[in-house]
Design a protein around this ligand. Structure first.
Ligand code: 13P
Ligand code: SF4
Length: 355
């Protein structure tokens, strides 16, 4: 309230008003653009034919110039396409790594190469930065499977049972939970309470995969990743029949019977580390298609067999949309401050857990 007793309504300026709109850069494949981007082409040459590079290169050059002018960075999840992952991203990684790394850089603007819940997590951990989402429709079947009201109902139904929420959820859902987890630390988080029953939501397969490794009774929800639920053990074992030395590396969002036959299961970054460290001669990455394409160049001695499924949400993010995001400063991510404070607490509890 103002001294006069009149309420003051503060109309927040949009990102476009705060930072201004720029002119759309030329998208011609000029000799300058060719020179500027040649070293980047080498990173994606195994994936993009030379004849297609003139389509991508002008976007790559324009985005990289604009990032400097805007003091912006691009976070790219491991499932982003190779031209985003290798040519314009500043930070790459799994969903949580991206948001945490962004807290360590001195940029005013974050452009999220990933899906909506990731952009929200970036905003939670970087509240003073402007977070832009190149396509607001890039969702996630897990995040959409549950609401804050559902979590409140679960709390009423299971009084006193701790609620662990996967990071693949909205800020509203995180705000209603006790702590977050990722695919990398779900078991550790579930066991951290020292109790015999824990709710681990919303991914029923992640919860079942955790339950297989602990004495804690893990209650869950009916959420599933539409990409990972489609893998079957039969499909993977058919590859093994052709060559028993093939290693199977699966994401824990896969069904338990798939994880049971895997040589390793872990977060997207865990899967990448496993391949880089162990250098299997032949490997099946049981996850989204772009993962294998993104790491092939770093491990030329590893042969990737690709029983992959595409994530339609991740694939909504493209170079043209990233460029528009930087030119027009849209779409900005906002999280209600009261929700953000509680959601941040759940994420920070996880981050602060001792190993
Ligand atoms: P990660 O946290 O392992 O990167 O997983 C995110 C995701 O969306 C997997 O489908
Ligand atoms: Fe969501 Fe699955 Fe896509 Fe990951 S791969 S963003 S969990 S739908």
């Amino acid at each position: 309230m103002a001294a006069s007793g009149m309420a003051i309504s503060v109309v927040e300026k949009t990102a476009a008003e705060r930072f201004g709109i720029m002119d759309m850069p030329s998208l011609e494949f000029t000799p300058d653009v060719a020179r500027e981007t040649e070293h980047l082409y080498e990173r994606v040459a195994h994936h993009i034919p030379r004849i297609e590079w003139p389509v991508h290169a002008p976007y790559v050059a324009a985005i990289n110039r604009l990032k400097k002018e805007r003091n912006a960075i691009i976070l790219a999840h491991n499932y982003q396409t190779p031209e985003i992952f290798h040519c314009v991203a500043d930070i790459v990684g799994d969903s949580l790594q991206l948001a945490r790394e962004a807290t360590r850089v001195d940029a005013e603007i974050i452009v999220q190469g990933g899906v909506h819940f990731m952009a929200e997590t970036s905003k939670l951990l970087n509240p003073e930065k402007t977070v832009l989402m190149p396509d607001m429709a890039a969702g996630c079947s897990l995040a959409e499977s549950i609401t804050g009201a559902d979590v409140r109902l679960l709390r009423e139904t299971y009084p006193g049972v701790p609620i662990v929420t996967y990071v693949n959820t909205s800020a509203e859902v995180k705000a209603e939970s006790d702590i977050c987890c990722t695919s990398a630390n779900a078991l550790q988080v579930v066991e951290s309470f020292g109790v015999d029953r824990v709710l681990c939501i919303p991914d029923e397969f992640l919860a079942q995969n955790v339950a297989a490794q602990t004495k804690v009774k893990v209650l869950t929800w009916k959420g599933r990743c539409e990409v990972h639920e489609r893998f079957t053990p039969e499909e993977l074992l058919a590859y093994k029949l052709t060559d028993p030395s093939i290693q199977i590396i699966a994401h824990p969002e896969c069904p338990p019977d798939v994880v049971a036959i895997a040589d390793f299961a872990g977060s997207t970054s865990g899967m990448i580390d496993y391949v880089k460290t162990n250098r299997p001669a032949k490997v099946l990455l049981v996850t989204e298609c772009s993962m294998a394409s993104n790491i092939e160049a770093d491990v030329p001695d590893v042969e990737f067999l690709k029983p992959c499924n595409l994530c339609p949400h991740m694939k909504r993010i493209t170079l043209p949309k990233i460029l528009e995001s930087l030119v027009f400063m849209r779409e900005e991510i906002h999280v209600d401050p009261a929700v953000a404070e509680r959601a941040r607490r759940a994420v920070e509890r996880m981050v602060n857990l001792k190993n």
